[in-house]
Design a protein around this ligand. Structure first.
Ligand code: GDP
Ligand code: MG
Length: 177
């Protein structure tokens, strides 16, 4: 943090990881712009979006990074992770294979981190209750076992999206302040 006009400023890098098509880009566009894209390719060529929130009267900026689809080729680079202090690790509650990949994503995150990372396990697409393939309990117990926050979200209907990001941002703030 740095002093500016008597206040302090914080800038936190947060990465979003998880298998292809779990809704990473839409979680970010829902949070940062309140937009959802049914036919994404929502990856808009922007590497990250910045959102500001206030904690303890201080301006906290979250620089949230989205992959450009590299995860399809298992080629998310170390540059993507560099300096990250927060992570959303996302699966799709309607596709078990994406839940089975979480361990691999946690390993990759761990490999590339040299600092404490606030981590949230996110079960996205909770609007798809009728075709659910991973129970809430399974998500919760994996999160507990790995020491992660946990939340089910829907980028489509906005459920818990803001909450998920803000919990991570607050946790990072608590880690550094
Ligand atoms: P990414 O590859 O992880 O970035 O996933 P995208 O954000 O591109 O989303 C992949 C597909 O899932 C798109 O067709 C989205 O419209 C859809 N999608 C994303 N989030 C949700 C959600 O919360 N609910 C539903 N039903 N569909 C979603
Ligand atoms: Mg994407």
């Amino acid at each position: 943090s740095s002093d500016e006009e008597g206040g302090e400023e914080y800038l936190f890098k947060i990465v979003i990881i998880g298998d292809s098509a779990v809704g990473k880009s839409n979680l970010l566009s829902r949070y940062a712009r309140n937009e959802f894209n049914l036919h994404s390719k929502a990856t808009i060529g922007v590497e990250f979006q910045t959102q500001t929130m206030e904690i303890d009267g201080k301006e906290v900026k979250a620089q949230i990074w989205d992959t450009a689809g590299q995860e399809r080729f298992r080629a998310v680079t170390s540059a993507y992770y560099r300096g990250a202090v927060g992570a959303l690790i996302v699966y799709d509650i309607s596709r078990r294979t994406t839940f089975d990949s979480i361990g691999r994503w946690l390993d990759e995150l761990q490999t590339h981190s040299d600092t404490t990372v606030a981590r949230m396990l996110v079960g996205n697409k909770c609007d798809l209750e009728n075709i659910r393939d991973v129970s809430v309990e399974e998500g919760k117990s994996l999160a507990e076992a790995e020491g992660l926050f946990f939340m089910e979200t829907s980028a489509l209907d906005s459920t818990n999206v803001k909450k998920a990001f803000e919990i991570v941002i607050r946790e990072i703030y608590n880690n550094v302040s």
